[in-house]
Design a protein. Structure first.
Length: 270
């Protein structure tokens, strides 16, 4: 059986329901015919020129991403503009796009739970529970499997996320045990996190004002990178779809875009 874009979207929403998405977000089908059959699909974190080129090379019928192709309403399709050209490319070649964004951030087994697995955070619960389902929500808070000193914890994060450098601030008292995380851009949840007597907070983007607060109150705040705190979910999407494919006898080839990397680079002045 060859599934349609709509059928794949429905299965993804069973894992990460649309109701979990933030009000400002745009999740689900971004472009494409819901009734189109999907013989090959590509999984990625972002939608970019390189992802489009790879999907074209793989003769994919669908790309499933974490970050949406369309965030804000598009008022015109001026092909001299980056987003319009990208969108037009998918349309011209009949490649659909489905994005699972903040709904997958909040979902059980989604982006934040995957980050907890990598960082060995146990007994994790949502930092900001969803109003309709308190068992799911943004961020996570829990306990490190093994309490660590600041330097040990920073080294551990760096190794587990495959990142050679980390931006951090704040010095906690004693070892680090109670930890909160929010994949991607999580500065806005920092004040909520500190209400739970945490020793450390890990996220992917940190505002200057948030960093100053962490320094003054003595909580370790780690900016581990937007890409590095979210990209691990790509494998979880693949695993979920592989299981779904087997359960439903789908005749669909699944491929992860393996060349994806953070668009940000570190300049080291020797």
């Amino acid at each position: 059986m060859i599934p349609t874009i709509k059928e794949i979207e429905e299965k993804l929403f069973e894992w990460a329901p649309k109701k979990l998405a933030e009000d400002w977000d745009n999740v689900g089908l971004q472009v494409g015919d819901p009734d189109a059959q999907v013989k090959r699909l590509v999984i990625s974190l972002d939608i970019s020129n390189s992802v489009f080129s790879f999907a074209l090379k793989e003769q994919a019928d669908l790309v499933i991403s974490h970050h949406p192709l369309i965030f804000n309403p598009i008022r015109s399709l001026n092909l001299k503009e980056y987003k319009a050209r990208l969108l037009a490319g998918f349309l011209r070649h009949d490649i659909g796009v489905i994005s699972m964004h903040t709904n997958l951030d909040s979902a059980l087994g989604g982006v934040n739970d995957r980050l907890c697995e990598l960082l060995e955070i146990e007994d994790a619960v949502p930092l900001l529970p969803n109003k309709e389902d308190s068992s799911q929500g943004l961020g996570r808070i829990g306990n490190l499997k093994t309490p660590l000193k600041k330097e040990e914890f920073l080294t551990f994060i760096s190794k587990r996320l495959g990142k050679n450098s980390l931006a951090y601030c704040g010095t906690p008292k004693g070892t680090i045990k109670r930890v909160a995380i929010c994949s991607g851009s999580g500065s806005t949840l920092f004040e909520e996190a500190i209400r739970h007597q945490i020793d450390a907070y890990i996220t992917g983007e940190v505002k200057h004002s948030t960093a100053l607060m962490a320094k003054d109150i003595g909580i370790l705040l780690v900016d581990a990178g937007h890409f590095h705190t979210e990209h691990p979910v790509v494998e979880k999407i693949y695993d979920y779809l592989l299981k779904t494919k087997e359960e439903n006898n789908w005749d669909t080839q699944l491929t992860i875009f393996g060349e994806e990397e953070s668009p940000q680079k570190i300049w080291k002045n020797d």
